[in-house]
Design a protein around this ligand. Structure first.
Ligand code: ADP
Length: 300
């Protein structure tokens, strides 16, 4: 049997006490981390179930009104054109929102499944932006919003200025920012779309003079399913996917998004996009866009 001195015994006891204190501390830290994680999980579950009930309403309701309106058109007297035009405008509005939201939902699903890849072509930026602006003309007119287009790409880059990027992704990015700019604008205000080149990067800004976003909230709006609790949200459609998709698409194209906003004054969203120099996916051709190979040789 080993005889240990009182001193050794004390030392041993002290070291074991120290060890058990360390373990207790680690346990406390783990418990705290666990509490934070489970709160995040609960929040995320709540956001998801909210999201599902939201999109169910937003898909079922437009379909119900499209069905109702088209049935009503069929029974309108032929000479009553004004009635027909206003009902067709409502159908257009419902279809526009439905198309916008379904595209976002499918893109979000693809991003989550890791199935999204760039499809680079030579894009006529001016035409693309004009067609995005045009797609909002009906809703903008209805709200008395004037959309100003300030295209500042120098002649020289010229009329035929093209930029190698993914046209459908750029269109979805701009559609999301534009949709918000109009949705959160006050009636009878203005939205300004500006385009310019800076250090070989394409810059596009969209400015509104609407509700604005407080500094604290400017980072969280890029999180999935996040919507700010402002009065205007309750009367506006949306499910908090748009900006998270915008950010993910820009990341894929090597771009960035910057926001300047002040509550009650409006918001300025600016995207910066470097030109792509290679074709990653030559699967589909969008409109008149030309396709490029790795070395930049034009195919069409
Ligand atoms: P949503 O479908 O809710 O618009 P987004 O991801 O596009 O989802 O935007 C997230 C939130 O950011 C919105 O719910 C809104 O509160 C805020 N937001 C986005 N753009 C603007 C804007 N231009 N002006 C004011 N608030 C905005």
């Amino acid at each position: 049997m080993n005889n240990i001195s009182d001193k050794q015994l004390l030392r041993e006891l002290r070291s074991r006490l120290e060890e058990s204190r360390n373990i207790e501390q680690k346990l406390e830290t783990l418990q705290m981390e666990y509490a934070v994680m489970s709160k995040r999980l609960r929040d995320s579950e709540a956001l998801k179930s909210h999201f599902i009930s939201n999109i169910t309403n937003e898909i079922v309701n437009p379909f119900t009104s499209i069905l109702g309106l088209s049935k009503a058109i069929l029974s309108v007297e032929k000479q009553d054109w004004k009635k027909i035009v206003s009902m067709v405008a409502m159908i257009h509005n419902e279809c526009f929102n439905l198309d916008f939201q379904l595209k976002n939902i499918f893109t979000a699903a693809k991003i989550e499944a890791g199935e999204l890849s760039p499809n680079i072509s030579k894009v006529n930026v001016r035409q693309l932006i004009q067609s995005v602006i045009e797609s909002f003309s009906v809703v903008a007119r209805k709200m008395g919003i004037e959309i100003e287009f300030d295209y500042q790409i120098e002649i020289g880059f010229g009329k035929s200025f093209d930029f190698k990027t993914d046209s459908e992704k750029l269109r979805q990015i701009l559609t999301n920012i534009m949709n918000n700019a109009i949705k959160y604008s006050y009636k009878d205000s203005k939205v300004i779309v500006k385009v310019w080149m800076d250090d070989d990067e394409l810059n596009i800004s969209i400015q509104d003079f609407g509700t604005g976003i407080s500094e604290k909230n400017q980072n969280i709006i890029f999180e999935r399913f996040k919507r700010l609790d402002t009065g205007i949200n309750s009367i506006n459609q949306g499910h908090g996917l748009g900006l998270s998709i915008t950010k993910a698409l820009l990341d894929m194209l090597g771009g960035r998004i910057d926001i300047k906003s002040q509550k009650g004054e409006g918001s300025l969203f600016t995207i910066q996009l470097p030109e792509s120099d290679s074709i990653v996916d030559a699967g589909m051709i969008d409109g008149d866009d030309a396709m490029f190979f790795e070395d930049g040789d034009e195919l069409f």
